[in-house]
Each structure stands twice: as C-alpha cells, then as structure tokens.
Design a protein around this ligand. Structure first.
Ligand SMILES: Nc1nc2c(ncn2[C@@H]2O[C@H](COP(=O)(O)OP(=O)(O)OP(=O)(O)O)[C@@H](O)[C@H]2O)c(=O)[nH]1
Ligand SMILES: [Mg+2]
Ligand SMILES: [Zn+2]
Length: 387
C-alpha cells in the first residue's frame, strides 16, 4: 500500500493531483484543515486514469496538466494536498500514528525507536535514514540532540494548535529495499494534550489515526497510584492525571472510527515495573522477578523475522499485568470498543530509556532500550516489511 505521508489516505493509481510550482497562491481550506494552520496552494489539476482501448492513460497527463497551469507541476495528495515526495509511488509505505495521554513517553519512544531500527537495519542489511532534509532536521533538533547529545528529557509536545509545532509534519524514514520495493516508514508524533481534548474528535486533521497501518497507544504505569506509591523513593511525585488513560483511549478509538488499523497497546516505562522486583515483601516483587516471563528478556534485536509466538506470549502477560494494575477497563475498551469496530490489537511492554531517568537527565548508565522494536515490528510485519 502507498499512503499520503500526512493524512495516511491510500494513494491509488486512478487519481493523481498536480499542483503548479509557480504562479498565484491562495489560501487552501482543504490543506489548512488537514495541516491545522493556514496553508496556501497554487493551481491544481486532477488527473484520472482512464482505459483507452487496451491502455490505461492518465488524463490529463503530467505534461498536459503543466501546460494547463503554465508552470512545472508537482504531485500533491488528492485528499489533503500535501506534497507527495519524489519517487513515492514506486515505493511502499508503513504509517504509524503515536497516541496516549500527556507524559506517557511517546516522543522519547520515537527518538529511541529510530536508533533501534537503525541497529536492527544494520544487522539485516537495510539502511534506515531520514528521507528528506526536513525529517533529518526535525529528528535531530527535537529528538536526538536533547535526548542523546545533551542527555536530557524532552519537553512536552506542543498542541497542534500552537504556532509551529514540529509534529505537524510527519517523520519519513527510508527502510531500504524489501520484497524488491523501496520501503518507507512514516511516523506521526502527537501531543498528548490534543488527545486529552475530546473536541478534537471528528476534526479533519485526526483522520490519519484511522488511515494508519498501526496506532501505538501508550499507557504509563507510573500514573497508577499503587505503583507510584511503591516506587516513591525512586520516582518524582506524579502529578494527578487530568484525564484518565481510558478516556484518552476512547478518544483515539473514536478518531479511528470504523477504520481498522492495528492497535498496539504499550505499557511504557517498563523499567519502572522491573524496579518493582526490588521492592521486597510485595507480590509485585515475585511477579516482576519471574525470570521465565517474556517481559523479563528482550530478544528484539536478534536477526530474523518478527517472532509472533513471543509477541503472543508478551500480549498475554501484559494483559494480566494490566488487570493487576487495576486497568482492566483498557483491555475491555480494546476487546469490546464503544465504536463497535474491534481492531486487530496486541499488548506490549516497552522501556525506551531502559532505566529511570535521574530527574531531567538520562540515567548515568545511558539509554538501553527494552523491547522497543516490538510494536513497530508487529506493524511492519503486518505490512509485509522486515518480516
Ligand atoms: N522510566 C522511564 N521514564 C520515561 C521513559 N520514557 C519517558 N519517560 C519519562 O516520561 C517523560 C515524558 O516523556 P515524553 O516522551 O516526552 O512524553 P509524551 O508522551 O511525548 O508527552 P506529550 O508530548 O506531553 O504528549 C520523560 O520526560 C521521562 O521522564 C522510559 O522509558 N522510562
Ligand atoms: Mg511528546
Ligand atoms: Zn494526504
């Protein structure tokens, strides 16, 4: 499947939209509603693939469209008018949308996921790199520099309704060739703030959740009072949650509507759960101290196809952990969604940092991710990539 990198709508050969590269530009209400800020567009021409005798021809052709508007043309998405990168239609795309309440670890996860994908890519002979300068700049400035170079935590992602949030543009990475096709991975990070605001349900800019190949919904165990209580000497006092995780999940499910992306439900900051094995005298210490559990080891960087059996094992384990955490409502919302559309779902346990941060600094032992690749590999394997 090939999808638009912004709205994630499928791009079919039957419809191609061209936009002039020079000439008058006017405010474009369609592009503005998807991009969530005023966008100006130049003249556009819509072409259709028509059957003529035994040939399929594009009418008007690119050259004819250019002649019509009197300048060169570039391809834009027929739905949201976002510029389609060169060579995009010869490739395959896998599109991932991040989701979850504020402070659940989405942006840190994206930062670390790219590094771990690069590590695995090296092992399987696929180079993972930004597809364009904008992705390279956004990733470097907003993810890598702070977390990996300054070794500091990242600021909260600003709402899409603020002046220039970096997450308005997708991150586009090349994943090398797979099955004789160029493969791209597109990730859209989201501000938890925007998912805590139910007024965003039904807004055009949220369409990408339903169109995605996979939605990664993060659940933060540190916000569970009994866990925070047991770790109170190790973690800073947790702010009370403004919006319950279940409400955020319902909001995301409403945004997905009747579409059917894969839903990865991720118990994030799993290093904190691992710490519980040191809290003596509680049943958490025996649960988390079980060396035979899938969540006690990380086989994700082993070369080879996505390990579905391991994925199913961890899914079952995380489901029982969520029950124990008093979060069964999350499981119920996934298994019997209020929208009536049950998604292909799987539960995961992930730690992007691998250890509790020391205040705003990365742990002095550095970043050592745990099972970070699992949700992404599950989604990629469903799209036939790195499987
Ligand atoms: N222990 C632990 N803490 C983490 C981990 N990942 C993130 N955190 C903590 O969670 C905080 C928030 O992480 P972010 O990735 O910025 O959260 P977010 O979900 O992007 O938040 P918004 O952008 O506000 O929606 C970080 O500053 C860390 O303190 C992890 O793997 N382990
Ligand atoms: Mg963020
Ligand atoms: Zn689009």
């Amino acid at each position: 499947m090939i999808r638009c990198p912004l709205c994630f709508n499928a791009l079919t050969p039957e419809r191609i939209t061209w936009m002039a590269t020079s000439g008058n530009a006017e405010t474009d209400p369609v592009a503005s509603s998807y991009y969530r800020t005023p966008v100006e567009s130049r003249r556009m021409v819509a072409s259709e693939l028509k059957r003529e005798r035994n040939n399929a021809v594009l009418i008007p052709s690119r050259a004819a469209a250019a002649a019509q508007v009197g300048s060169q043309v570039v391809e834009v998405c027929p739905s949201c008018h976002y510029r389609i990168p060169d060579g995009w239609r010869d490739s395959r795309t896998t599109c991932i949308a991040m989701a979850g309440a504020r402070d659940t670890g989405k942006t840190v996860y994206v930062a670390v996921l790219i590094k771990t994908l690069q590590l695995l890519g090296e092992r399987i002979g696929c180079v993972v790199e930004p597809n364009d300068q904008r992705t390279a700049d956004i990733y470097h400035q907003h993810y890598e520099q702070t977390l990996y170079l300054q070794r500091k935590m990242l600021p909260p992602t600003a709402s899409i309704d603020t002046a220039a949030p970096f997450q308005r543009d997708p991150l586009v990475f090349r994943l090398g060739h797979w099955n004789d096709r160029k493969q791209y991975l597109v990730i859209r990070d989201v501000a938890g703030e925007d998912l805590q605001n139910q007024r965003n349900i039904g807004q055009t800019w949220t369409e990408f959740f339903g169109n995605a190949d996979g939605v990664v919904y993060m659940f933060d165990p540190l916000k569970v009072p009994s866990i925070a209580g047991q770790l109170r000497d190790l973690i800073p006092a947790q702010e009370a949650q403004e919006v319950a995780p279940i409400t955020v999940l319902q909001t995301v499910l409403s945004m997905i509507g009747r579409r059917d992306p894969k839903l990865a439900v991720v118990l994030s900051k799993f290093d904190a759960m691992h710490e519980l094995k040191n809290v003596v005298g509680t049943d958490w210490s025996s649960i988390m101290g079980n060396p035979g559990a899938g969540f006690s080891r990380d086989p994700s960087l082993i070369r080879g196809p996505y390990d579905n059996d391991d994925g199913e094992l961890v899914d079952a384990e995380v489901r029982s952990l969520l029950v124990k955490l008093g979060a069964k409502s999350i499981i119920d919302a996934v298994d019997t969604p209020h929208t009536g559309a049950r998604l292909p779902a799987r539960f995961f346990a992930v730690s992007a940092l691998g250890a509790l941060p020391s205040g705003e600094q990365v742990h002095e032992g550095g970043i050592s991710p745990f099972r970070c690749l699992d949700p992404a590999r599950w989604i990629l394997s469903g799209a036939g990539v790195w499987n």
